[in-house]
Ligand binder design. Structure first.
Ligand code: ADP
Ligand code: MG
Length: 476
């Protein structure tokens, strides 16, 4: 229902909302949200703790018990522009499963041409057996090859598999644990390249040369590095949250050799799984975690990424309603529904251009009957949760860029971070707050963020191309 005409809706353009400090509202709401507002000291502490966990992940003796695993990726250099050929890429681990054909041309006119098709992975396949999952994947590849008319060529393939993997070479990755809603049985502890190759064999219909298993962060970094040589960091802020960067081989104690650099997939989403962030986690973070598919795991990711922000908001709204401060104290069936509050609604609600009346209409669409006051509170809850997410992500990134700077013994360093992810791209404030946080927490680094789209396709193809080149060099 619209705002009654007798009452001036605070969002009407003539009457902008006063600064939040002056809005009169019941104290419990302010108190509830205060827990989410991190001080500069707290953020510096988060940065410091991330640095400690990075060290633990890299160290030979500390790695096994480390939460931030710092997995070596066997990607030893960024592209040099000489990459060329036709490549298949699979993108598994994001919202959509995709099969891609990537055609890379080198020379004076470098071009990358991409064709892709999105395929659904039904919930029962995501959470069924591993064999069913990989049969499904291979069936999608089969359909795609038919569609492209390429079933008779043995194409090199890069498998973007965006889950924590213990890699022992470019083309071997053992799934450590599923995250983000996947749960297929008999995959954890297995080499996913092996599972894919077996799936292809079972079908007896076509052959492929699986060259590389690729994390989406690494693909994102490589895609950006193809355009901009100073890119040595990749960041994802989408369904999940993760980062990678070029680390010195001498610091990666889990891999033989001291020469040069290797890209490390941090798997920073697990930051906090040893309890080191418990002092800043709220009861709402704990509630989201408890009800998730992987309780206790990926605690940092659950505070920073698209899959969870809406759930944090929903839990706060339930609590405020229970305590009688929202929705006339009535907890609707809708509000009780897990996942109802998608992160895209946070983006819409927080948009500066949106009047409160429109916030109410969004809530209405969700089946939440709100008053003007309700919509002000909901907007503030959303803003507070996404602000903290962006700051936490920025604190992690500050730790990474400062580590790289110290590795290189520099007082001041310019660096580029390739970023992908819908939260970063579409949320009205996330990127700005994240950039600002990195600037404040790592003042000796001049960080440029470069939107790097389709790392899981283009980047996987580039890694595959580099892998093929390396293999040819070894053979000759
Ligand atoms: P993925 O990380 O799965 O590869 P994306 O980067 O596209 O894919 O991220 C998808 C996630 O982004 C969704 O799960 C959702 O949480 C979030 N998202 C979707 N739309 C929006 C939006 N408009 N604003 C902010 N986040 C969004
Ligand atoms: Mg993605």
């Amino acid at each position: 229902s619209p705002c009654p005409s007798s009452q001036i809706c605070p969002a009407s353009p003539q009457n902008r909302p006063p600064p939040s400090s002056r809005v009169r509202r019941p104290l419990p709401i302010t108190e509830t949200l205060a827990e989410f507002r991190l001080t500069n000291d707290q953020l510096l502490e988060v940065k410091k703790r991330m640095r400690t966990e990075i060290q633990n992940g890299l160290g030979k003796k500390t790695h096994d018990n480390a939460t931030v695993k710092m997995w070596p990726t066997y990607v030893r250099s960024t592209p040099d522009g000489s990459e060329k050929g036709d490549f298949l890429a699979l993108d598994l681990g994001g919202t959509n499963f995709r099969v891609l054909l990537v055609k890379i041309r080198s020379g004076k006119r470098r071009t990358v041409e991409m064709h892709n098709k999105i395929y659904a992975i039904p919930m029962e396949v995501m959470q069924g057996t591993g064999e069913e999952l990989f049969d499904h994947i291979v069936q999608c590849i089969s359909d795609f090859l038919d569609y492209m008319g390429m079933k008779n060529t043995r194409l090199p393939l890069g498998f973007t598999f965006s889950f924590p993997c213990r890699q022992t070479s470019l083309d071997a990755g053992i799934l450590v644990t599923w995250t983000k809603g996947f749960k297929a049985t008999d995959c954890e502890g297995e080499d996913v390249v092996g599972l894919l190759r077996e799936g292809i064999k079972r079908r007896e219909e076509f052959d492929l040369d699986v060259v590389a298993v690729v994390n989406d962060t690494v693909g994102t970094m490589m895609t950006c590095a193809y355009e901009e040589a100073t890119c040595e960091v990749g960041l994802i802020a989408g369904t999940g949250s993760n980062a990678c960067y070029m680390e010195e081989m001498r610091n990666i104690e889990t891999v033989e050799g001291d020469v040069g650099r290797m890209c490390v997939n941090m798997e920073w989403g697990a930051f906090g799984d040893n309890g080191c962030l418990d002092d800043i986690r709220t009861e709402y973070d704990r509630a989201v975690d408890d009800l998730s598919l992987n309780p206790g795991k990926q605690r940092y990711e659950k505070m920073c990424s698209g899959m969870y922000l809406g759930e944090i908001v929903r839990n706060i709204l339930i609590d405020l309603t229970k305590r009688g401060f929202l929705f006339r104290g009535q907890i609707s069936e809708t509000l009780k529904t897990r996942g109802i509050f998608e992160t895209k609604f946070l983006s819409q609600i927080e948009s500066d251009r949106l009047a409160l009346l429109q916030v109410r209409s969004i809530l209405q669409q969700l089946g939440l009957d709100s008053t003007c006051d309700d919509s002000i509170i909901v907007k503030e809850v959303c803003g507070t949760v996404s602000h903290r997410a962006a700051q936490l992500c920025g604190a992690g990134m500050a730790a990474v860029v400062d580590k790289i700077r110290e590795n290189r013994g520099l007082d001041q360093m310019d660096i580029t971070v390739g970023v992908d992810g819908t939260l970063y791209k579409l949320h009205p404030h996330f990127s700005g707050i994240m950039h600002q946080t990195v600037k404040e927490l790592a003042p000796k680094c001049n960080v440029t963020f470069f939107l790097s789209e389709d790392g899981s396709g283009k980047g996987a193809a580039l890694i595959t191309a580099v892998g093929c080149r390396m293999r040819e060099q070894e053979e000759s």
